[in-house]
Design a protein around this ligand. Structure first.
Ligand code: SF4
Ligand code: SF4
Length: 124
């Protein structure tokens, strides 16, 4: 077991060394929103050397007033467009959105420890 990360207000911890044994469950599985804010949109577009409008059109879905990264349906599962299933890694790791950086410490999971445990093998 590696160094455990904890966060105030959360009853569980996270062992990041688990990611090397996992096939990227937080980037694939059930369909879900992967929200990006305007600052993140700019950063990712720059990283991909695309202009913001092209990036939005090709990679994002509008969800009311927000944007979410598109998903691909592979087999019976959905995965983020930036997930590389060959290496189980994120193609935009350096500029991935806050939602991805802050996983598994999402407010949503605060009172749903069983749910986050099912999704992530790094929960301790
Ligand atoms: S689900 Fe958990 S263990 Fe798996 S890659 Fe994501 S953070 Fe790492
Ligand atoms: S942006 Fe990267 S870390 Fe976030 S869901 Fe997509 S592949 Fe996973």
């Amino acid at each position: 077991m590696g160094k455990i990360i904890t966060k105030e207000g959360f009853s569980y911890g996270f062992d990041p060394s688990a990611c090397s044994k996992c096939d990227g469950r937080c980037c694939r599985g059930e369909s879900g929103y992967i929200f990006v804010n305007s600052e993140e949109i700019k950063k990712i577009a720059e990283f991909l050397q695309l202009d913001v409008e092209t990036f939005k059109k090709d990679y994002l879905n509008k969800v009311k007033y927000r944007y979410s990264i598109k998903e691909l349906k592979i087999g019976g599962e959905y995965e983020c467009l930036f997930f590389d299933g060959k290496t189980n890694s994120c193609e935009i790791y350096e500029v991935r959105p806050t939602q991805c950086r802050s996983f598994p410490f999402w407010d949503y999971f605060k009172d749903k420890v069983d749910e986050v445990k099912k999704e992530c093998i790094g929960i301790v």
